[in-house]
Design a binder for this molecule. Structure first.
Ligand SMILES: C[S@@+](CC[C@H](N)C(=O)[O-])C[C@H]1O[C@@H](n2cnc3c(N)ncnc32)[C@H](O)[C@@H]1O
Length: 290
């Protein structure tokens, strides 16, 4: 039973909501054009977290069998309930619990920087069939601008976050989060180094700006609420990473303040008062062939 990631690093809600938007059907053609795996039958997602991307893949590739694996038990329990059509299982990406040459595609999103490269690529190479496709998605620097009504922070809030700050750095070190950072050249270089051929790089941008009129109301609300969930999860995790210096009642008060701000943000959206907050993600997609 391993629950480190979902407890100390990123909660289920934060990952599920943000990925459901980033891999929403609204953007599927951007990804599918680059993936080029239309005819593939067995797809394995490595480090699938709570499963939002695998769920999207199961809609985008209806003739394929989708598998998702992750080390965190909470993610796998959640994902299995949300998307029973996907075969989710617990496991370690450095020792994939699958036979040699059993998949046509391996794919991962924001996992490459957490796993030692010879193991990360070596294990995917092993489980891929001849001519199988390895797809590595990596989040690069995007643009993140909060709504003015959400940015306003009271001295009370500032003081608590300052108190907790150093504990976050300690957590990253303790659990080896992002222990293998790689830049935009190093990811494809490593993919080649560990045996993949015909390596290509592409980028997909996803512009999540609720006030942009191209988005229907339901999607704009989902964008605002995904940010809300991320902020609430960060507050909740204070008790795990900085439990010695932050009390439960402070956490409850922070949540109340944040919820009030997001309720206001939603009300402004509904009234047509623009805030132009934006979350523009840039995803690098590195593709190679066994
Ligand atoms: C940044 S999260 C991304 C999760 C998911 N791909 C997404 O985009 O929502 C990194 C994930 O990698 C998983 N992970 C890290 N090291 C792993 C390992 N050695 N084996 C399996 N999963 C691992 C974590 O549990 C976590 O779910």
């Amino acid at each position: 039973m391993n629950t480190i990631w979902s407890t100390y690093v990123q909660n289920i809600g934060t990952l599920y909501d943000s990925r459901s938007l980033r891999f929403s059907d609204f953007f599927q053609s951007k990804y599918k054009e680059i993936f080029e795996i239309e005819d593939k039958k067995k797809i394995l997602e490595i480090g699938c977290g709570p499963g939002a991307f695998a769920e999207s893949l199961s809609r985008w590739y209806r003739n394929a069998e989708i598998f998702g694996m992750d080390r965190d038990s909470n993610f796998i329990t959640f994902a299995s309930k949300k998307a029973p059509q996907v075969h989710f299982s617990e496991g370690d990406a450095t020792e994939l619990p699958f036979e040699e040459e059993s998949f046509d595609v391996t794919i991962s999103n924001t996992v490459v920087e957490h796993i030692e490269p010879s193991k990360f690529y070596g294990e995917q190479y092993r489980v891929l069939k001849e001519n199988g496709v390895c797809l590595v998605l990596s989040a690069r620097k995007g643009i993140n601008i909060s709504a003015p009504c959400i940015m306003e922070e009271s001295d009370y809030e500032k003081e608590i976050w300052q108190r907790a700050e150093k504990f976050y750095d300690q957590t990253r070190e303790k659990y080896k989060i992002c222990a293998y950072p790689q830049n935009e050249a190093e990811i494809p270089l490593n993919m080649e180094k560990y045996g993949f051929k015909n390596v290509t790089t592409e980028y997909v941008t996803v512009n999540l700006t609720p006030d942009n009129p191209i988005y229907p109301k339901e999607m704009a609300h989902a964008m605002i609420n995904a940010n809300r969930q991320g902020d609430l999860d960060s507050i909740e995790s204070l008790l795990h990473v900085a439990g010695d210096v932050v009390t439960e009642s402070e956490v409850e008060e922070l949540k109340r303040l944040v919820n009030a701000k997001y309720d206001k943000r939603l009300a402004l959206y509904d009234e047509g008062v623009k805030q132009w907050d934006t979350n523009m993600s840039v995803t690098m997609i590195v593709r190679g062939i066994k």
